[in-house]
Design a protein around this ligand. Structure first.
Ligand SMILES: [Zn+2]
Length: 474
């Protein structure tokens, strides 16, 4: 293979390091590169997704995920790009967000806690989405030479998420290759202003206030100066300069057609959830004054349903919150969750009703099935989850939950099968292959729909793995 035509070789087992030379960089405009790069990006995205689930503390609360994904999808649908995006929440107090390979966007809990409105979170997501639509990331990986996709993806995750010091850790391990990726992941000033430019437009088109971006960055930068703490991670990768802020304000003024109010109400409930369920500690949480409805939500999240608990669930205040905020679904979902402990039958009716009015909210069938399972209605619980067709993004949660339900029923072949699907969804094909084989081995009756399904998934997985191996030989 000629060195000049070598771009990335996808080798899963081999780790060899070649330092590319600037003079041998490929012509990025060459049309025959396009397909190849798309394959490369997909493979990197898959390995990146596996690394995220394996090495990082991802938030799995379906309410928080639904909220962030609603914002992300709203913005993504305004970009005019049909490309794939997925949104993850990382339990990390650093104020940061990132765009990884193949449209994977990550938001830290620290950033969600620091935001004062949904528009501010949306502004960061819009900026990251713009990095993807403008292909800022895809370009950077094209320079890499032979090394394993898994190790590149793991390294990219470590650098983007910033939980490891890349200069001392993985990057050194990968030598010049690592330092080169680290360097390339730093977006240039041109990329940053391009991402601001498009991001602010997306923000406006998705119904948010486009001024939110300048506001958010401005406030973060000022509070870092006032309190003299280390500036948040996001300011290190996105330095706030006077000219950048002036341009962002100017751009917001250009695209804005009418003044839109900042959305704050759902975000406050999400922040309460983060503090009470995920144990995050925003610096200013104690100083936030909660409204009676928000206080009610907070208390109900912490309430225990046994006689000895000092914090009792309070249905009355939730009813009041619902009548005062009839469009706030989080109060209604919380009411159903409360009823599932005190009056299970009533809660099932409530969940069914909520499922009908919010059909795409994954948290509702998830809680509904959990409540049925707790009430010893194991088959019905499984049925509720099997009846929904969740988008690709929720399959990991869905299949993991089904595996747990089958584990309660001691049906081991099904446990392996759903674990295999969960791993398939996050790109962990090798593990998925192993689990499918285990499921097959344990299935006694071969004349069932289930067995046919096993065989189908197995051959699909084998095909995929062969495809990667073929690409490696190219
Ligand atoms: Zn950026």
């Amino acid at each position: 293979m000629k060195h000049s035509t070598l771009i990335i070789i996808l080798t899963l087992n081999l780790l060899s390091i070649n330092i590319s030379n600037a003079s041998t960089l490929p012509d990025l405009g060459a049309s025959d590169l396009k397909d190849y790069n798309k394959q490369t990006e997909t493979a990197l995205g898959r390995a990146f997704s596996t690394a995220l689930y394996q090495h990082y503390d991802l938030v799995k609360d379906p309410v928080i995920l639904s909220y962030i994904r609603r914002i992300g999808n709203k913005i993504a649908s305004e970009t005019g790009h049909s490309r794939h995006f997925s949104f993850h929440v990382i339990n990390n107090s650093e104020i940061n967000a990132f765009a990884g390979p193949n449209g994977i966007i990550g938001i830290n809990t620290g950033l969600i806690n620091a935001a004062k409105s949904e528009d501010e979170i949306a502004s960061v997501i819009a900026h990251e989405i713009a990095h993807v639509t403008q292909r800022h990331l895809s370009r950077t990986y094209e320079y890499q030479n032979a090394t394993s996709v898994t190790s590149i993806a793991t390294l990219i995750a470590a650098i983007l998420i910033g939980t490891q010091d890349p200069s001392a850790g993985l990057a050194t391990y990968l030598g010049a290759q690592g330092l080169s990726i680290q360097h390339q992941l730093k977006n240039s000033r041109i990329h940053e202003s391009e991402a601001d430019y498009f991001g602010i437009k997306y923000l406006q088109d998705a119904g948010y206030n486009p001024e939110a971006m300048a506001n958010f960055f401005d406030r973060l930068s000022k509070s870092a100066q006032i309190y003299e703490f280390k500036p948040p991670e996001i300011l290190q990768t996105h330095p706030v300069t006077a000219s950048r802020m002036a341009r962002a304000k100017e751009r917001a003024f250009q695209v804005q057609t009418e003044k839109k109010p900042f959305k704050t109400k759902t975000l406050r409930l999400i922040q309460i959830r983060l503090v009470k369920l995920e144990g995050t500690r925003p610096d200013n949480y104690q100083n936030i004054s909660l409204t009676p409805s928000e206080k009610c939500y907070e208390n109900n999240l912490q309430a225990r349903y046994n006689d000895t608990s000092p914090l009792k669930p309070n249905l009355n205040c939730l009813e009041t919150a619902i009548s005062n905020h009839p469009t706030q679904r989080l109060y209604k979902i919380q009411k159903a969750n409360l009823l599932s402990f005190t009056a299970p039958k009533k809660s099932f009716t409530e969940y069914k009703y909520l499922q009908a009015i919010y059909p795409s909210d994954f948290s509702i069938p998830y809680f509904y099935a959990t409540a049925l399972n707790r009430d010893n209605k194991k088959n019905e619980a499984i049925q509720v989850l099997q009846n929904i067709t969740p988008s690709f993004h929720y399959q990991f949660l869905l299949y993991s939950k089904l595996a747990r339900f089958y584990s309660d029923k001691r049906e081991k072949d099904k446990v392996y099968y759903y674990d295999a699907l969960a791993n398939y969804n996050i790109g962990n094909w090798k593990k998925s292959q192993y689990l499918i084989n285990q499921a097959k081995r344990l299935t006694k009756d071969k004349n069932t729909k289930f067995y046919t399904q096993l065989i189908r998934i197995q051959s699909e997985l084998n095909d995929n793995v062969i495809k990667i191996q073929k690409n490696n030989e190219k």
